[in-house]
Design a protein around this ligand. Structure first.
Ligand SMILES: Cc1cc2nc3c(=O)[nH]c(=O)nc-3n(C[C@H](O)[C@H](O)[C@H](O)COP(=O)(O)O)c2cc1C
Length: 418
């Protein structure tokens, strides 16, 4: 963990002086630290201080001659980005995705499967303001982690929550966010339902919520893996440091899978997305063929919809992958199937799609209690089945199964049913 590349962004708070102690501690602990400071930040800390601490002058100007593309290089370089101190203004603009200075541009350009930590420091009223709290929620949904401000007397003399955390705590959180297991892997998780536009406002979709994919992505990230969550626009984000991408239609998902699997060496793809089995073949309105996804159809029209089967994306994941050793986890949903029928459906998937793992669940068993998700995990060539009661258990067991596939000598903790 020591020797990581840390991009340290300072914004215009009085706590910038205290943040210098964090920079100093990180350098002393063997990390390479490069600093970026906003124009307001320079009112509180001089460039000489940061250069003295890190051996490199801070960057502040997006348009400085000779360094105009540095934000891209810096974004790729960083193993972790930390904004410390983070002002109310910066938290709000980051949540709006604004890139009107170097700090804002960096936060948009950064590698989103690497950790982003935000360390707020501000007056208690600014911290509790709904604008700031909404921005915090949004940034969390996008995977940022916050080092909670403490309560007490702030620099402005007011008492309440808003005081920046202490340097030792910040260093500890940074290092724990950097700690990845030696066996960290790249995992692509797909999640949620595809939706085909019938007209400008109506869609053909299914009841998948995307909660399972989000839970899996969160769990894999917490286990130290590098995760990309490719989710339906209507599905929840992971709320963890993962690269997050959205899709709407079958075609969007199809294209994104080809691009992502072809561009990076993923070790595993966990295909939890509920891909529509049927697409829109043709649409007839009052006897006239109508382009799907076009203008909103008035009510009272006579609509005839012809559906056509869509290809099975799971069948072609392996051939799209740059990594020929890709592990593929497929999901199979049955509806009121008997145990032999469910097993037959799982076996068909193993045979047809050449997947390594199948997660099976049955629609009739769902929804007994919130969070429950009875499912079984099946491994190719292994008759033992792992039963899971809910999403959290599924995520934990699947993490172990992936570990076992990558490293067959790993001791397993799960109880498999014969
Ligand atoms: C003396 C002083 C102290 C300040 N301290 C804070 C602070 O702790 N937190 C904060 O959110 N804003 C603070 N501000 C206001 C910010 O500097 C201001 O909102 C600025 O626009 C932030 O810009 P930046 O986020 O781009 O760095 C302070 C301003 C002054 C004059």
């Amino acid at each position: 963990m020591s020797g990581s590349n840390i991009l340290f962004v300072l914004t215009g708070s009085i706590a910038a002086a205290k943040a210098c102690a964090v920079v100093s501690a990180l350098v002393q602990r063997g990390h390479r630290v490069r600093t970026v400071i906003t124009a307001a930040g320079l009112q509180f800390v001089g460039p000489a201080t940061l250069e003295g601490l890190t051996g490199e002058a801070p960057q502040t100007d997006l348009f400085a001659p000779g360094t105009a593309l540095d934000h891209i290089e810096l974004a790729r370089w960083a193993d972790l980005t930390v904004v410390c101190p983070a002002t109310a203004h910066s938290i709000n603009r980051f949540a709006a995705g604004l890139a009107d200075d170097l700090a804002g541009a960096l936060l948009l350009a950064r590698e989103r499967d690497r950790p982003l930590l935000i360390v707020p420091a501000m007056n208690p009223a600014m911290w509790s303001h709904p604008a700031t709290q909404a921005a915090v929620t949004r940034l969390r949904e996008w995977g940022a982690r916050f080092v909670a401000p403490g309560a007490g007397r702030t620099a402005c003399g007011e008492v309440g929550e808003g005081r920046m955390a202490e340097p030792e705590e910040i260093v500890a959180v940074i290092e724990s966010a950097l700690a990845r297991p030696v066996n960290a892997r790249r995992i692509l998780v797909t999640s949620g339902a595809t939706a085909e536009l019938l007209d400008g406002v109506r869609v053909l979709t299914n009841t998948s919520t995307g909660r399972t994919g989000a839970e899996l992505a969160r769990h894999f990230a917490a286990a130290g893996h590098q995760v990309t969550l490719l989710r339906a626009a209507s599905a929840p984000a992971a709320g963890a440091p993962v690269a997050d991408e959205t899709f709407v239609s079958f075609e969007d998902l199809d294209r994104a899978l080809t691009r992502l699997l072809g561009a990076a060496d993923f070790d595993a793809v966990v295909h939890a997305a509920a891909v529509g089995d049927f697409g829109i073949g043709s649409l007839w309105v009052d006897g006239v063929e109508w382009p799907p996804g076009g203008a909103k159809l008035d009510s009272g029209r006579n609509v005839l919809l012809e559906l056509r089967p869509q290809p099975k994306l799971v069948d072609t994941l392996r051939e799209r992958s740059r990594n020929p050793a890709l592990t593929v986890v497929a999901f199979k949903l049955t509806d009121g199937a008997t145990a032999p029928a469910a097993q037959a459906a799982v076996d068909t998937l193993f045979k047809r799609a050449r997947v390594d793992v199948v997660v099976h669940n049955d629609n009739a068993q769902r929804g007994a209690a919130p969070g429950q998700f009875p499912a079984t995990i099946h491994r190719r060539g292994d008759s033992a089945v792992i039963a899971c009661a809910d999403r959290a258990e599924l995520a934990a067991r699947l993490t172990e199964v992936l570990e076992l596939i990558a490293n067959p000598s790993t001791p397993s903790s799960h109880a498999a049913l014969p």
